[in-house]
Design a protein around this ligand. Structure first.
Ligand code: ATR
Length: 286
């Protein structure tokens, strides 16, 4: 009773997440924890928004004075043309996962790239000395590759089944980062490409479901490798288990989920995310 009385007032700021389905999202828990950690007068709630209702829901959020939104499946692409402003990253990725609403104006961001980098920044590695092998060339790969090149990574190799997608991402990246070496190889050569790079990132959804194909053979991994899987369920995918067994440093996808939340929280509140506490909170839930 008394805790709720302290948690809500006439000036409580409202935040939330639009998605469908939304029941499995960890964002309400993470963001609520962070708001409470800083004693901020705010609430973060899930909104199950049907695809057809997105324009009305966004207009409603503005009308109600909601301050910030996370946007998830199936709205991340569809929301772009509905916003007043979209960040360069979100434009490049073609998807928005965070909206800041200020004075009735909506600004779209994509915090996946920044969130992806956060756990890597805690490792003793320098981006300027790190070559990366990226599995996949979809939206997630766009966020990851742009972030790595921005951080100063000099050399990227994409591995993808569909040549057109890899080709397009490659040329989009070269245009923005002319000083970097950006190439792609067909997926059959992923094992060879992985061996030659320091950082290996899975940006595909492969590994999420039991019985998914094996992305790389065990022999692709060395102890020098940092292997990062953006799939966060299960906590340790088969790819990560194999890499760990071979002595590599592994980064589970939950770290990127926490990181993207941290960056959204910074955009909305200008406060730092209590990352270690959030880790303790969400790791057991995966
Ligand atoms: P997201 O936005 O999550 O990145 P996406 O844009 O649909 O999703 O991209 C999925 C990526 O995973 C693609 O690069 C896809 O490869 P194709 O371009 O060849 O389709 C990749 N992918 C999906 N299933 C795969 C599999 N079994 N083996 C290798 N790559 C796969």
């Amino acid at each position: 009773g008394s805790e709720l009385a302290h948690a809500i007032s006439g000036s409580t700021r409202l935040y939330g997440i639009f998605g469908h389905p939304i029941t499995h999202s960890l964002s309400p828990l993470m963001q609520t924890f962070a708001l409470q950690h800083h004693h901020l007068d705010g609430l973060y709630v899930p909104f199950p928004v049907q695809p057809d209702h997105l324009p009305k829901a966004l207009a409603g959020a503005i009308a109600l004075g909601i301050c910030g939104l996370n946007i998830t499946i199936p709205h991340k692409e569809a929301i772009l043309p509905l916003l007043d402003e979209v960040s360069t990253e979100a434009e490049f990725i073609g998807a928005v996962n965070t909206v800041d609403i200020r004075d009735g104006r909506t600004i779209g961001y994509n915090t996946d790239g920044t969130g992806f980098l956060m756990p890597l920044q805690e490792l003793p590695m320098s981006f300027a000395d790190t070559s990366a092998c990226i599995l996949g060339a979809g939206g997630a790969a766009r966020a990851v590759t742009m972030a790595l090149l921005r951080a100063g990574c000099p050399d990227l190799t994409l591995c993808n089944r569909t040549p057109e997608r890899a080709d397009r991402l490659c040329s989009d990246l070269r245009e923005r980062f002319p000083q970097a070496r950006v190439n792609w190889v067909p997926f059959e050569h992923a094992a060879t490409a992985a061996r030659d790079h320091l950082l290996i990132v899975n940006t595909t959804a492969v590994g999420l479901h039991p019985g998914d194909p094996q992305l790389l053979p065990e022999t692709a991994f060395r102890p020098e490798h940092v292997v990062y899987d953006i799939v966060y369920r299960p906590l340790h995918t088969e790819l990560l288990q194999m890499a760990k067994q071979r002595g590599a440093t592994i980064v589970p996808g939950i770290e990127m989920l926490i990181g993207q939340g941290a960056e959204a929280f910074r955009i909305w509140t200008d406060h730092t995310f209590p990352t270690s506490d959030v880790r303790r909170l969400v790791y057991p839930l995966i």
